[in-house]
Design a protein around this ligand. Structure first.
Ligand SMILES: Cc1cc2nc3c(=O)[nH]c(=O)nc-3n(C[C@H](O)[C@H](O)[C@H](O)COP(=O)(O)OP(=O)(O)OC[C@H]3O[C@@H](n4cnc5c(N)ncnc54)[C@H](O)[C@@H]3O)c2cc1C
Length: 404
């Protein structure tokens, strides 16, 4: 990996950023934000990408890019990026519950740390001509006639800049749209939280090329070897269960044992990161001169590992909306964007949500895994469907005339 990929440095100062009116200001440099910034900069727009984090940074994630995510990268000229970063090909999915095991072949997919993936996508955005400002927190300001103000805070300095369009790619925990009318977040019933750690040492049973998934009553734990041999562990668990058993490591240990996967020494010495409650959606994923994308627009539990594919696809889909809004803002654009996202992901999300609800019924999970253990091919259509490229989103126009 080159230095540019591992350490995306700022390309502009806070004061310089405040001196411009940007076509698009993208808040959040995860896959959704960095990819959208790249796509827009490639179209010749003046784009600023900001993130409160310093990169490379880790993130609560299973670190698996499925076939759909890889197809979107390839479609936009980045087919070779995962291999260049050393991503590991995923051959199979091994799932366990209550001592029953099944292994299902995977048609596509790679494991890649978020340190490398996110830094590389930012590098691609910079290469496309986008300006990048890390360690900078953004907050929405007032809407003026022709632009939206955004306050940028970097360490103890702050400055206000303006953009014709703001993209809220600030993830699950982002609060950019918190005070915007109609944009409140709706959380699903009995939500789970995400927990993750990366282990330098782990039992060899967790070998490279396979996603291991331990399913138990109170949640599930996914494990995968990364490009450098470390083991990424990411879990979705009921928060009261985590509290009851004494914290993240004992909850993860309990799930691994209940499911029948190898226990891991030293979980109590790991650094754990967490997320807010997972399954949620935003009443309206847009506001005046703002479009939300990726997790900021809504999120379903990570069992099927679709979050990065969703982030990349929504980044491609937003492009015509931004182009139209830069030219002329239209009051119907927010609802048109909500409809576009629903067409892009609605069906997938409903099915993934249904699957995660079924997984909560222990006997159903047990029966399904026993059946898969005997006939792994039963999962074939479902696995192929999940890995199928998302419908092409780049060419779809906003159709604001239907929204009025
Ligand atoms: C347990 C778990 C396992 C998962 N496993 C997988 C998997 O295996 N495969 C998969 O495809 N997906 C997986 N996901 C989902 C995936 O991690 C997300 O869907 C993906 O990261 C979404 O990308 P994003 O760009 O929308 O948001 P993020 O990657 O969260 O990026 C948001 C960025 O915004 C920045 N930010 C927030 N607020 C501000 C602000 N005010 N100003 C400036 N910057 C700000 C943050 O610092 C962050 O860098 C998993 C999720 C969880 C919780």
């Amino acid at each position: 990996m080159s230095a540019a990929e591992s350490l995306p440095a700022p390309t502009i100062s806070l004061n310089e950023a405040a001196d411009c009116v940007w076509d698009a200001l993208v808040v959040g440099a995860g896959p959704a934000g960095a990819f959208a910034a790249r796509e827009l900069a490639r179209d010749g727009l003046r784009v600023l990408l900001v993130d409160k984090a310093r990169f490379p940074r880790s993130k609560v994630c299973g670190c698996c890019l499925n076939g759909a995510a890889l197809a979107t990268l390839a479609d936009r000229g980045l087919a070779l990026l995962p291999a260049r970063l050393g991503a590991r090909r995923l051959e199979s999915f091994h799932v366990a519950t209550a001592g029953h095991h099944a292994t299902v072949p995977l048609p596509a997919g790679v494991a890649l740390s978020r340190e490398r993936l996110d830094a590389a996508l930012i590098g691609e955005a910079i290469r496309a001509g986008c300006e990048f400002l890390p360690q900078t927190q953004a907050a929405l300001g007032q809407d003026t006639q022709a632009s939206r103000n955004v306050t940028l805070r970097c360490h103890s300095h702050s400055a206000t800049t303006a953009a014709r369009v703001v993209l809220a790619a600030d993830g699950l925990a982002g609060g950019l749209l918190k005070h915007e009318p109609g944009c409140e977040t709706r959380i699903a019933r009995r939500p789970r939280i995400g927990l993750a750690t990366i282990l330098d040492q782990a039992p060899p049973a967790y070998h490279a090329g396979t996603i291991f998934m331990a399913c138990a009553r109170r949640g599930y734990v996914g494990l995968v070897r990364l490009e450098d041999g470390r083991l990424d562990l990411a879990a979705a668990l009921e928060p009261f269960f985590v509290r009851r058993v004494g914290g993240p490591w004992s909850a993860v240990d309990a799930v691994l044992r209940e499911a029948g996967l190898s226990p891991i020494e030293g979980l109590d010495r790991q650094v754990w990161r967490g997320t807010p409650t997972l399954t949620r959606h935003r009443a309206l994923p847009a506001a005046q001169r703002v479009f939300a994308l990726g997790d900021a627009a809504g999120y379903v539990e990570p069992f099927t590992g679709e979050g990065i594919a969703w982030a990349l696809s929504s980044a491609v889909a937003v492009k015509p909306f931004v182009v139209q809004a830069v030219d002329r803002w239209h009051a119907a654009l927010p609802r048109a964007w909500a409809r576009r996202l629903a067409t892009l992901a609605g069906r997938r999300r409903r099915l993934c949500r249904m699957l995660t609800l079924l997984l909560r019924v222990g006997p159903v999970t047990g029966l399904a895994i026993r059946a898969l253990g005997r006939a792994p091919g039963l999962a074939g259509p479902w696995v192929r469907w999940l890995n199928r490229p998302w419908q092409d989103s780049g060419s779809m126009s906003p159709c604001v005339e239907r929204a009025g």
